[in-house]
Design a protein around this ligand. Structure first.
Ligand SMILES: Nc1ncnc2c1ncn2[C@@H]1O[C@H](COP(=O)(O)OP(=O)(O)OP(=O)(O)O)[C@@H](O)[C@H]1O
Ligand SMILES: [Mg+2]
Length: 301
């Protein structure tokens, strides 16, 4: 549904993106992960045609962004990392305007504005001026604007960064519902939430894609074979010392029935840190052998 082919972008001499290629299947939700300055916003802005790649091509639902920009833009709802509003408009007026801009007939725009204000939990603030909205309320309004034309593709740049815990929960429940009928690509630093809602992830590091796929695929590729076993059984507390000493191989011997064994695989958090660490090591090796240029954009760690 979304396909980036060998995208590169320089800002002056700085290589922000290098040969970025990935694709996201239809009606799936993929998380876009990477450290500050990795290139997530740059890619998302390119996907909606706000920034031109120096090289490479982007396709959405088979339409090339280069030659069919308008069709692509009509397919995509976009929530920028820092949405901007006309502060003098009320939330409802802003959404009516947003609805008309994406082609909702004026007669239906008021109804649509009410519907999406309700979906994002702003119905009680429909008439308050957007300039007086809190940061989280503005983010909710931005999401409503991204959703309002009912586009089949949603590109969300850190949709939960300003939200309170309940707001985050309701956003992720909403995304779970929406992904049944939409293709969603969202950047976030909240790995736990990404893990709960996303079918797969794309990990970018200093402008290069370092990992891409569904969680089971990535875990298999990363060669992690460690699983954590939790064994539940009931036992007299006085046996604990004996158990700790003899646990391996002793279960059968001392006749304890095991009622449940749960296997917990490695999570997204460990995977993300591993990919970043590997990328740093590769970069270090390249720079010590003279490959690769100097880069900026990330905090020293
Ligand atoms: N218009 C621009 N001019 C110059 N440099 C830019 C421009 N836009 C982005 N950059 C640089 O490109 C790099 C990638 O920025 P980008 O905003 O895509 O990062 P990000 O992954 O979204 O980070 P964050 O998690 O902090 O939002 C950064 O080093 C940034 O300073
Ligand atoms: Mg960003």
């Amino acid at each position: 549904m979304i396909e980036c082919r060998t995208i590169s972008k320089k800002f002056g001499a700085f290589k922000a993106l290098e040969n970025v290629s990935f694709s996201i299947p239809s009606k799936k939700c993929y998380g876009f992960l990477g450290q500050n300055g990795a290139g997530k916003t740059t890619v998302l802005r390119m996907l909606v045609g706000l920034l031109r790649p120096d090289q490479g091509e982007i396709f959405v639902a088979g339409h090339s962004l280069l030659t069919e920009r308008q069709q692509v833009q009509r397919l995509c709802g976009y929530l920028p990392q820092r949405p901007e509003f006309y502060p003098w408009l009320s939330g409802e007026e802003f959404l009516r305007l947003s609805a008309e801009l994406v082609g909702v007939p004026a007669r239906q725009a008021k109804k649509a504005a009410g519907k999406y204000l309700d979906i994002v939990g702003l119905a009680d603030f429909a008439r308050r001026r957007v300039g007086k909205y809190s940061g989280g309320m503005q983010q909710r309004l931005g999401l409503a604007a991204a959703l309002i034309g009912d586009p089949p593709v949603l590109l969300l740049d850190e949709p939960v960064s300003a939200l309170d815990p309940q707001g985050r929960d309701s956003m992720f429940s909403l995304l779970k519902k929406l992904k049944q009928e939409k293709t969603i690509f969202l950047s976030s630093h909240i790995l736990h939430d990404i893990e709960q809602v996303c079918d797969g992830v794309v990990i970018i590091h200093k402008g290069q894609i370092k990992a891409l796929g569904t969680m089971p695929e990535l875990l298999e590729q990363s060669g992690e074979s460690i699983v954590r076993a939790q064994v539940h059984f009931e036992v007299d507390g006085r046996m604990m010392n004996q158990l700790q000493a003899e646990f391996s191989g002793a279960m059968q011997g001392i006749g304890i029935p095991v009622s449940n064994v749960a296997w917990q695989e490695q999570g997204l958090e460990q995977l993300f840190y591993k990919v970043v660490k590997q990328a740093e090591e590769e970069q270090h090796q390249n720079s010590s052998t003279g490959h690769g240029g100097a880069r900026d954009g990330n905090m020293a760690r």
